[in-house]
Design a protein around this ligand. Structure first.
Ligand code: G3H
Ligand code: ZN
Length: 278
């Protein structure tokens, strides 16, 4: 099936009343696990690489992007590549040359007028290169480690923002928060429905690791079309590594603990994709 455009996966999910799962890649094992989970579920998937992950790789996008593209091309699942939470214009401009089908340009922490202006420029640049462009209005909290579920996106402002920027997908603040270690987030489903009615483009849920399965199902029914999951994979990865190393202090071969870590992430991806595609 190989590498496909994100726009196709989002449109297909929307047409079928489901959401496409977008999972964060940090290392090669993440990409392998995400694609394996998609194959097991028999569903498409989005591999997303965040600006923070690029920083972790010394600021170099090419190696982790090339590895993700290769994993996607070798898969029987439909897989797209997405550049996530991009604040740096220099990084944005690398997206088109490294196999990305989409980018999330994140100006959500800027004042409204600045967010509109910067996002409109990013959308113009992205559309000229055939990219699907997502952006955020309402500032989903937690990226700095703080649990901040209080922010909300206003539907009227969202409609105005979408018209002014020309963006293709909108990340909204509806009760989730990034980097939660437990699944206790309660979403504002009435607000999701009002946002879905107010804007013509697909809605994106960030910080979905902290959202329980029933809440995710309801969010998809109310209009979420792309669901971003990162921390849940790292909880599974790190838990498996900790368990393996704890069980045998003499282990030094990374394959001995990376294999169960990768398997644990695969299970998380498979289960999440099934929840998003009832
Ligand atoms: O953009 C990425 C996601 O919003 C991931 O959030 O790590 O809390 O699941 P999470
Ligand atoms: Zn996010």
């Amino acid at each position: 099936m190989s590498l496909v455009p994100t726009a196709d996966l989002v449109a297909d999910a929307r047409a079928h009343g489901r959401a496409v799962g977008a999972f964060n890649v940090i290392c090669l094992e993440h990409a392998e696990a995400i694609v394996a989970g998609a194959e097991r579920a028999g569903l498409p998937v989005i591999l997303q690489i965040s600006e923070n992950a690029v920083k972790f790789h010394g600021g170099r996008l090419a190696p982790i992007a090339a590895a993700s593209v290769a994993v996607a091309r070798a898969s029987s699942a439909a897989v797209s590549l997405h550049l996530d939470h991009v604040e740096d214009d220099g990084l944005l401009r690398q997206a088109a040359e490294h196999g990305f089908g989409s980018v999330m340009y994140d100006a959500s922490t800027r004042p409204y007028a600045d967010n509109v202006e910067a996002t409109r420029a990013a959308v113009t640049w992205g559309h000229e290169r055939g990219l699907w462009v997502e952006s955020e209005l309402g500032e989903v909290g937690g990226k700095d480690g703080a649990h901040a579920p209080g922010a909300r996106t206003d539907p009227g402002e969202a409609a105005e923002y979408v018209a002014a920027t020309g963006v293709d997908g909108l990340a909204v603040a509806v009760g989730s928060s990034h980097a939660m270690l437990d699944r206790s987030a309660a979403l504002d489903h009435d607000l999701i429905a009002r946002l879905a009615a107010a804007v013509v483009i697909p809605l994106v849920l960030h910080g979905s690791s902290g959202v329980p399965d029933d809440e995710l199902r309801a969010a998809v029914r109310a209009g979420m079309v792309k669901v971003n999951i990162g921390t849940a994979l790292n909880i599974a990865f790190t838990g498996a590594v900790r368990e393996r190393l704890g069980a045998d202090p003499k282990v030094v071969d990374p394959r001995k603990y990376l294999a169960p870590a990768r398997d644990s992430m695969t299970t998380v991806v498979e289960q999440a994709l099934r929840v998003l595609a009832p």
